[in-house]
Design a protein around this ligand. Sequence first.
Ligand code: NAP
Length: 295
Amino acid sequence: MNRSFQQIREQVLNRTVLLPDGTKVPALGQGTWYMGENPNTWQEEVQTLRTGIELGMTLIDTAEMYGDGNAERLVGEAIRGKRDDVFLVSKVYPHNAGRNRIKQACENSLKRLGTDYLDLYLLHWRGMVPLAVVIEGMEQLKEEGKILRWGVSNLDTDDMIELVNCPDGRNCTVNQVLYHLGSRGIEYDLLPWQRDNHIPVMAYSPLAQGGTLRHHLLTHPIIKDLAEKKEVEPYQILLAWCIRTNEIIAIPKASKVEHVIANAKAASVQFTDKELEKLNHAFPAPDRKVPLDII
Ligand code: NAP
């Protein structure tokens, strides 16, 4: 490992988030949506995830949905021989989260991932299965040792309140939601509620995935100026902003080695209060409740 690689890794390892059970996870993880879908890019994607792991981005987020199981297969290949170094997160489809299906869905994920346990299993979004039943299934999987923890995704504040009021609902470890500089709705009530209830936010699409909003962010003069001043790329400003406190885990997806290295470098970017104020001014958080952004 060369010196600069080692330095980047140390900076990544310095940025952690504490889970409710006291486990520390890296604030910068890796997403996998749209990975494993093209045989021509498979090896490069495997190599990218492995590079991320070497750089300390050891939390890997996947789902049975991604590539119809192929993202989990790809992750399985990437973590072969490194299972103990990785904090593995997968998600169950809402229609598989009922009493008779969750165990099978989890076992299928484990098989594709080539492991016998998940560090964290998430309900991908709320569906028809009552939350109390989902929790029962998750707790059962925990008892069987197939998962170490469970959490949810795409739940807004009212759903979270309902969740924690179900039996064992307080065992929820994270809520994974969309969050980036151009989508700050959670700061109005969900983020403060999760902070008060010691349930960290896992931020998905921290780079605004694609499309016009991302272009707007990346070309905005405030972001470009900040990037220039800090000698980084606008992407790294977006990512560093997401993890600016020690309470949010961001899971950028990269399928190219140079992208994952760039993302890891965001761990060294810090903001002064004045810089944060400028960003707040250009991209204000809403001052009233807005529905949770979901993609
Ligand atoms: P994202 O991470 O915001 O953006 C991914 C895009 O950014 C890809 O096109 C990637 O390109 C590009 N990129 C990454 N790093 C870059 C860099 N340094 N320079 C230039 N381009 C870069 O979007 P996302 O995939 O939607 O979100 C991240 C993860 O969150 C997902 O992969 C998934 O694991 C999770 N997620 C969860 C939900 C949910 O409902 N729970 C929803 C969406 C996402 P390359 O691929 O070419 O590197």
